[in-house]
Design a protein around this ligand. Structure first.
Ligand code: IMP
Length: 199
C-alpha cells in the first residue's frame, strides 16, 4: 500500500469546526476532493488522549473507519507558558458549550493574573493525522511561538487569534491578513510537514 496521496484523492476532513475547515481547505489548495465529516453525518468522537497528536490520530482513525475514505484530522490549541501549557488540548472546552471565545479569552487573562507572572509567552500547536481505512496512520505537528496581549485586538481569524502576537510580529493573528497568518501558522507548519511526508 502506498502512503503517498495522489492529487484528486477523495479525503474526509474530520473536523466539525467551520473556522478550521475553512483554513484546512485553503491549505489543501484544491489538491484533493475534500468532503467534511459533518457532510457525511459522521459522529464527532470523544478526545480521550492527553496530547494533540493522540487526539488527531483518534479523530482520523474514527472518520476513516466509519467512512471507508482516507481521513485527515487535526487537533490544535493554545498553550500558555505561565499556565503550564493550559488551555492546551482543552482550548475549545474553555469556550464552554456556546463556544464563546470572548469568555475563553477572559479566562486566560484572569488565570494569568492569578499567577502574578509577567511571562506572557504562548504557542499554538496543530497536530495533523492522516488515516487509511483499517490501515496505517501518519501524524505530524506544527508550532508557532509568540506572546499574549490584552485587551484583545482585531476581528479576523477565530478562537484565541485576537490575543496572540506571533514572534517577531507586531499585529495579533486577529489583526493580520488571513494570508499572512496562513503563511506562518502552526497549521501551515504542520501542513508543510505533512506535504513533505505524503504528497
Ligand atoms: P480542537 O482542535 O477542535 O480541539 O479545538 C482547538 C481550539 O483551539 C479551537 O477551537 C480554538 O479555540 C483554538 N485554536 C486552534 N487553532 C487556532 C488558531 O489558529 N487561532 C485561534 N485559536 C485556535
Amino acid at each position: 500500500m502506498s502512503l503517498f496521496l495522489d492529487p484528486g484523492t477523495r479525503l474526509v476532513a474530520a473536523t466539525h469546526n467551520p473556522g478550521k475547515a475553512r483554513e484546512l481547505a485553503a491549505l489543501l489548495e484544491g489538491r484533493f476532493d475534500v468532503v467534511s465529516a459533518a457532510e457525511l453525518g459522521l459522529r464527532e468522537p470523544e478526545e480521550p488522549e492527553s496530547t494533540f497528536v493522540g487526539n488527531a490520530i483518534v479523530k482520523a482513525r474514527a472518520a476513516a473507519d466509519a467512512s471507508g475514505l482516507i481521513a485527515l484530522a487535526d487537533d490544535s490549541g493554545l498553550c500558555v507558558a505561565a499556565l503550564g501549557g493550559q488551555p492546551g488540548i482543552h482550548s475549545a472546552r474553555w469556550a464552554g458549550p456556546t463556544k464563546d471565545f470572548g469568555h475563553a479569552i477572559d479566562l486566560v487573562e484572569s488565570r494569568l493574573a492569578d499567577t502574578e507572572s509577567d511571562d506572557v509567552s504562548a504557542w499554538f500547536v496543530c497536530a495533523l493525522a492522516v488515516a487509511w481505512p483499517n490501515g496505517p496512520v501518519v501524524a505530524v505537528e506544527g508550532r508557532i511561538d509568540g506572546a499574549l496581549t490584552f485587551p484583545r485586538r482585531g476581528g479576523r481569524g477565530f478562537g484565541y487569534d485576537p490575543i496572540f502576537i506571533p514572534e517577531g510580529g507586531a499585529l495579533t493573528f486577529g489583526e493580520m491578513d488571513p494570508g499572512a497568518k496562513d503563511a506562518i501558522s502552526h497549521r501551515a507548519r504542520a501542513f508543510a510537514a505533512l506535504k513533505a511526508a505524503l504528497f
